[in-house]
Each structure stands twice: as C-alpha cells, then as structure tokens.
Write a protein that binds this ligand. Structure first.
Ligand SMILES: Cc1ncc(C[n+]2csc(CCOP(=O)(O)OP(=O)(O)O)c2C)c(N)n1
Ligand code: SF4
Length: 311
C-alpha cells in the first residue's frame, strides 16, 4: 500500500522505514524468537499502508518490551503489565493512530491479565501482540501463566502445580473480536496475521509463540506448526463463535501435547469498536484530544479555569 509525503505526493511504504536511523544493538540472545516478531511486524507495515509517523507501539517490561526500541515509530516503553491502558488512552486521544501494544506472557497474561480481559471486553480498536515464550524471560526463566503443568524452574523447582492459562479462549470469552495465534518460526504467516490484525476494526489479539533458547529449551515453540486454515483436517468457520471456541480449545490442548496449531481462530467484523460505540451514544467528543492541542486559546483557558477552581 502507499502513503502520501509532506507535499501530497503518493509514495510506496518500505519496511526499512521502520528501522531506527541509529539502530541500537538488540540485546536479545542469539536465536530468540523476539527477532521474528520484529521482522514480521516490519514486513506487515507496508501491507497495512501506515507510516512510522502514523503508528504508535506501546510495550510492557521484559525482553519483549524492548521491541519499541528496535522499531521506528512513536514508541512508549511502559511498565510491567500496563501497555494496554496506555495504548487505550492514546487511541482515544488520537483515533487516527495505528496503535499496537506488545508484551510477554508474564506481562500480558499475569501482571496485566486484568487489563487484557477488559480491553478485549470493550473491544478497543488496536492490535495486541503477546510474545508467548511460556516463561518470564528477562528475569531468568521463572514459571509464567503459560508454562505447562509440571514445568520446573527456580520458582517451581518441584514442577508447577498450576494449569496454564488458555490465551485464545480467554480472549474470545472476554470479547476480543479478532483472535489468532502465530509463531516466530513461521514468518510468512506471522506477517499476514499481523497485517490482518492491524486492519481489523476492534481488539485484535495475537498470541505469538516465541522461542527462548536461553531459559526454556523444552518449549513446544520449536516443533513444526500446522496452519489451521491451510489444513484439510481443521475445517471450521472463523466467524462462528461456537466453532471458533471448539477449535481454540483443541489448539490449546494440543500445544502441550506437541502439536502447534496456528492461524486465525475468530473474526467478528461486524462488532463496533469501543470508539464507534462511544460515538454512537454521543459520549465521545467530536474533536479528539490530540487535535485540541492546536487550539492554544482553548488549552490555556481550560488550564487557567482549573487553577482558579483549585486555588
Ligand atoms: C510490577 C513488576 N513486577 C515485576 C517486575 C520484574 N520483571 C521485569 S521483566 C519480568 C519478566 C517479564 O517476563 P514476560 O512478561 O514473560 O516477558 P519476556 O521477558 O519473557 O519477554 C519481571 C518479572 C517488574 N518490572 N515490575
Ligand atoms: S532471555 Fe529468552 S526471551 Fe529474553 S532475549 Fe534471551 S532468548 Fe529472548
């Protein structure tokens, strides 16, 4: 897709635009799946037709959280588990931005689990990428919400007694209108899914399987994946909630038994996003907050009023 330059000429978008001019050396370990997410995201951007100036990437804390340093767009490296509230606020203030939130499974399904549920429920228009390496990576491999039952780590030396979270089912039952799973070992599918998620109007959740060769050598992310859309064995309608739910449960059971099922699992293109719902009720200002900054008088008046009132 193309964009327009400053003098209104049409131009092609190149994925290299999303590489910072002074590229920081990535601190990810050799072989880390996070490189796959970065590459797929850069490749997806030209398909979506958004420039770095039209894009905001909000990350949490963790190895995954460093994505915003290696991707050239507006970026916000927020705090652990809090990328979604920041992303929601930014999208409400400036609905024209392409907003992407990203973080690890510890960040998104553990510390930020509450925000995941409610952002999905409200169907905020954004893409949420969870780097799912089944452990807490940056802090050296502790058991996370997606670690399999029995997983041994320094925090669970005798093996985890907990059932892992089911991220796809959780997204669906919470209200996400687009749910997919892809893997760093499958860059072409990952690129397509990320582009589709960004084009979707509403909350698009992408559980992105990433390998952590340093702390989780047993993770299933290494085994070959099956694309549910390409396989004759998995025939279902992604717009049918019941069929999608059954398919997700099969995928979630299979993951811990050694079969990785990836692809699009659910899409509801008709459900209005939070922004659309609010506009319909008249509850959303016609002029987004981001544009009000251009009206200096308005801002000053408001600030002075506030100061007067709270003297
Ligand atoms: C509130 C809070 N709790 C704990 C930490 C410590 N901490 C920093 S990174 C991290 C692990 C992140 O794991 P995950 O979200 O799975 O991402 P990964 O590093 O695997 O990409 C933890 C526990 C923190 N920074 N803030
Ligand atoms: S610790 Fe694991 S998740 Fe973190 S950079 Fe290294 S390989 Fe990647």
């Amino acid at each position: 897709m193309s964009a327009f330059n400053a003098i209104g000429e049409e131009r092609e978008i190149d994925r290299d635009e999303f590489t910072p001019e002074i590229e920081p050396q990535a601190t990810w370990c050799p072989g880390c799946g996070d490189f796959g997410v970065l590459k797929a995201l850069k490749q997806a951007m030209p398909e979506v037709g958004r420039t770095p100036e039209e894009t905001l990437l909000v990350t949490g804390i963790g190895c995954s959280g460093k994505l915003s340093s290696y991707f050239r767009s507006y970026g916000f490296h927020s705090i652990h588990g809090r990328s979604l509230p920041v992303a929601r606020a930014a999208k409400l203030a400036n609905p024209d931005l392409e907003v992407i939130a990203a973080g690890g499974d510890g960040d998104g399904y553990g510390i930020g689990g509450n925000h995941f549920m409610h952002t999905a429920r409200e169907n905020h228009d954004m893409t949420y990428i969870v780097f799912d390496n089944e452990i807490f990576g940056l802090t050296k491999g502790q058991t996370s919400p997606t670690s399999p039952k029995g997983h041994k780590s320094k925090t669970q030396p005798h093996g985890s007694a907990k059932q892992p979270i089911r991220p796809l089912s959780l997204a669906l039952t919470s209200g996400a209108s687009y749910v997919a799973r892809t893997a760093a070992v499958n860059p072409n599918q990952a690129k397509e899914i990320l582009a589709e998620a960004m084009e979707h109007d509403g909350f698009a959740h992408v559980d992105f399987l990433t390998q952590c060769p340093t702390w989780n050598k047993d993770a299933k992310q290494y085994v070959p994946y099956i694309d549910v859309q390409d396989s004759d064995d998995y025939d279902f309608d992604i717009t049918d909630r019941g069929e999608a739910s059954e398919m997700m449960q099969e995928a979630e059971d299979a993951l811990y038994e050694g079969t990785v099922l990836t692809g699009r699992f659910y899409r509801d293109a008709d459900r209005p996003s939070y922004q659309e719902e609010k506009q319909a009720t008249g509850d959303m200002p016609e002029e987004p907050l981001a544009e009000r900054y251009f009206d200096e008088d308005y801002e000053w008046e408001r600030s002075y009023d506030l100061l007067e009132r709270h003297k």
